[in-house]
Design a protein around this ligand. Sequence first.
Ligand code: CP
Ligand code: NVA
Length: 311
Amino acid sequence: MRHLITLDDISPPEINRVFELSAELKLKFGQGIRESLLPGRILALLFEKQSLRTRVSFEAGIAHLGGNSLLLGEDVGFGSRESIEDFARVLGSMVDVIVARAKTHATVEALANHADCHVINGLTDLAHPCQALADLYTIRERFGELRGKTLTWIGDGNNVATSLARACNCLGMKFVCCTPEGYELDSEVVADFTQRFPNFELTQSQHPQDAVREAAAVYTDVWASMGQEGERAQRKADFAKYQVNPKLMASAPDNAIFMHCLPARRGEEVTDDVIDGPQSVVLQQANNRLHVQKGILAWLLRESHDEPPQP
Ligand code: CP
Ligand code: NVA
């Protein structure tokens, strides 16, 4: 049974196939055609944290494809009424896919280990694979070829940064991760990437102006992720020099795009003039979550083979 918990669960050719399906479905959707590729299929959504984009793109996406979704609320007692293993076994026997956003990565792994259905990570503390796929799809829409292009991350080396690094690695992009000291990508993740992918151009930096010089895309995210609200004041001070503002964008190539997974804290990690400016693709990025979720679902349920890629 295939899952999408991190981008280790999908191979580069499979990602390209997801992009192909996403592009076909996006084109048809624009022409008013909603292809019923997944009639009768049921998607269950389980959220331990808030969500707009992930939730709505999966719910709308499965509906467009002729399937149905179940948004599971607190009344199902996830995490309190029975073990996660029992919960996963029962839910997995009734639905085709579970999308889970969880406080800890281990929760989504436990669901995948025990549910006899596909499990998709809708964000954990460690990874946000669906976001990273929609983001590289968006960069591809803008620039065509991805290989050799640079994505520069400015801010916290968090879940989104980690999945973007892996996505860049899969599709031949360079990844520059510019963070304050102490907020780098997880060192074990970096050691693992370096060991498994010696040709991957992953650079860490603490100098935003230098980090964006060759960027095709400049990407940022909130300084305090969900669950880190108590650290907000400290992080605001620590990240003050890492704001994406017009001065920083002026150091990037003229045709660089600005990206953000949203939601944004305007005036903190990004200024209004950048996020609303001509280089920003944040709304296209958010909208592409819909089209790429449909590509992911169509690939996972109709085409994926049982064997995940070899590490
Ligand atoms: N970018 C993203 O995942 O948004 P939501 O938290 O609204 O789902
Ligand atoms: N890093 C953010 C991403 C939200 C989509 C968080 O985890 O809250």
